[in-house]
Design a protein around this ligand. Structure first.
Ligand SMILES: [Fe+2]
Length: 312
């Protein structure tokens, strides 16, 4: 799917939440609430909506699926008019809008639309989601503040990067050779990144800790609970963020991160980073990613929204 140059259909200002599908969301919800540091806002059977300390109603939605998959990725717009305009512009580009603008009936409500990207990912654009009070954490408890980013495996990094820059006006902050592209929609270095891979799937979801001290305390808390990082801690080159990767009970990869680079739109220069050990692991503490974490990051082929029609 290629598009003529033109204005974006919308300009999201933040990544709100991801929905992960898995055979046993209840067990994963226990992990994310008891070990990872999130709190349940709502539970419905085995499905759960989980928050961090920020005002997003939820940042992670866990729901049942026959197989592990990315259920949805949600971005915030500012006004209903932007949602309505986006629907018309998406239709004009022949991008399938599978939920027309209107009230959203999921937890947190709001007003929005759903569309499907060329690789089958379901994307929500929304406004007016119910906010929750900032959760004041006393002391240095390691609780994620918000989603930092989602990394998505793609079979065509150029086409997929092109879609998100053209359609959602995202800017490419950096490339890691021709293997990964890092895209931003606000001052954070990236809110999504694409990784060239043999099939489409979720690579991992990253959660931002408020400081490097919280980040290290989070790793320690998990370690005391018998949960060791699969890779990390370390500090990436592109984005300059700290990283430590774990797997949840479903086998999906989750990351603690902090100190992601902040972008000055007027001064930033996009670079292509060589994939050298010194740049991939600035501190030299993590080493290269072990085969086990790469296997979990590859996951299984995701049939996408239309391919899951039988599951719904
Ligand atoms: Fe990451």
């Amino acid at each position: 799917m290629t598009f003529e140059p033109g204005p974006p259909v919308a300009l999201p200002h933040s990544l709100c939440s991801v929905t992960l599908l898995m055979p046993d969301p209840g067990t994963a919800a226990d992990f994310y609430t008891e070990a990872w540091g999130l709190s349940a806002v709502e539970r419905d059977g085995t499905a759960a909506w989980l928050r961090g300390t920020g005002t997003e109603h939820h940042i992670l939605h866990l729901a049942h699926g026959e197989r592990n998959a990315l259920g949805k990725i949600a971005f915030a717009l500012r006004t209903r008019r932007e949602v309505d305009d986006a629907a018309r512009a998406l239709a004009a580009l022949d991008v399938p809008v599978v939920r027309e603008p209107g009230p959203l009936d999921g937890a947190g409500g709001g007003y929005g639309l759903w569309f499907v990207d060329p690789e089958g990912r379901l994307v929500e654009l929304s406004v007016e989601l119910e906010a929750v009070p900032y959760r004041d954490i006393r002391g240095r408890e390691a609780v994620p503040r918000k989603l930092a980013h989602a990394v998505l495996n793609t079979v065509d990094i150029d086409a997929t990067t092109g879609f998100y820059t053209r359609v959602l006006g995202m800017r490419v902050s950096d490339w890691s050779e021709h293997q990964m592209s890092f895209l931003r929609c606000n001052s954070d270095h990236h809110v999504i990144a694409f990784n060239q891979a043999p099939w489409t799937s979720l690579n991992h979801v990253a959660y931002e800790l408020p400081s490097i001290d919280h980040f290290m305390r989070g790793i320690g808390k998990l370690k005391r609970a018998g949960i060791a990082p699969m890779w990390g801690p370390g500090r990436h080159g592109p984005g300059d963020n700290t990283f430590s990767y774990f797997t949840d009970p479903a086998g999906l990869v989750c990351e603690y991160t902090s100190e992601v680079a902040q972008i000055d739109e007027d001064a930033w220069l996009c670079r292509v980073w060589p994939r050298t050990p010194e740049l991939s692991d600035q501190w030299g503490t993590a080493g290269p990613p072990p085969a086990s974490v790469r296997e979990h990051m590859a996951g299984i082929p995701d049939p996408g929204y239309f391919g899951r029609a039988g599951d719904r």
